[in-house]
Design a binder for this molecule. Sequence first.
Ligand SMILES: *Cc1c(COP(=O)(O)O)cnc(C)c1O
Length: 370
Amino acid sequence: MSAIDQLLASGVRGLQPYQPGKPAEALERELGITNIIKLASNENPHGPSPVVAAAITDVLSGLSRYPDGSGYSLKQALSERLGVGKSQITLGNGSNDVLDLVTRAFVDPGQQVVVAEHAFAVYSLSAKSVNAQLIVVPARDFGHDLDAMAAAVTPSTRVVFVANPNNPTGTYQDSASVEEFLEVLPTTVVTVVDEAYFEYVKDRNYPDGVELLPRFPNLIVVRTFSKAYGLAGLRVGYAMASDQITEALNRVRHPFNVNSLALVAAEAALNDESFVVECVYENQRGLKQLESGFAELDLEWIPSVANFICVRVGANATKIFDSMLRQGVIVRPVANYGLTEHLRISVGLDQENRRALHALKIALRERVST
Ligand SMILES: *Cc1c(COP(=O)(O)O)cnc(C)c1O
């Protein structure tokens, strides 16, 4: 152990940093190739709504001022749109920030945080950073097993994270199972339902967490502007919960955690509803396009309701990933999620999906012939 290692907080000692998708610029530098497509971080391939650029330009001259630390105007807009009180909304520098606020507000070192196998990595990172005891509940058909998660709760459990839908699997929990889950949990537990992909899901049985808030005072629903709203680069997410939970989250929130450009961009994006409708429609098309491509290649996939999909490429997943990289297509290996035979592909534009499928086909062929 190095001298610095000994100084580290115990929760941080064994921590591995979150591994983001490879940026296209990094691959360009490494391989000296251009025309790279990135389908690795579930970003909106259509970019942000065009109204966002105009809204941001309008506030550039005010950048010498601190942002509105209360996010009044964006909260007002969210409140009207979603039917929750402004006092129920916490804004974050991306929803990752909000997830961290929950852990810091509610979890003491040694207390338990329950997550599902294959669940979004930020939950465990956040829990471990405060030296919580992480309980990982085995998945069922790649998705969360909510019965088993409820059974894993003990008097020492403070937070349960449910990704609905989950990243990287794209699986979701239906209304009945989420409601039943919330009903059986003791009042000593705070439940986070992370709906980062909410806007994309069109299945009738998919629950809207906001509708459950009045019935479940320990529920926190988390959403983001990073996905369907196309603002991943600006970092805006938010939590909705009871007034008391929201007040607690605000105690640990950094005073100006959402910057001025992000605040106006999010509000403008929220008001351009037709843009999101269009993106969601295109995403459904893209998912089908990828699925039929996988079927042609005789590959299995995990059915997804989000803007990405995990395809099973076999034990050579790393090599397939590398081959696709060399062909200029960045997808996401998911071995760190316990999915050693899958790759996650974000839904791109029609052309990008086609290129990804072509690169995958070539990669599989190379594998067969070597
Ligand atoms: C992408 C994603 C988020 C969003 O993170 P931001 O910090 O808002 O960009 C949150 N949860 C899950 C499950 C995600 O996949």
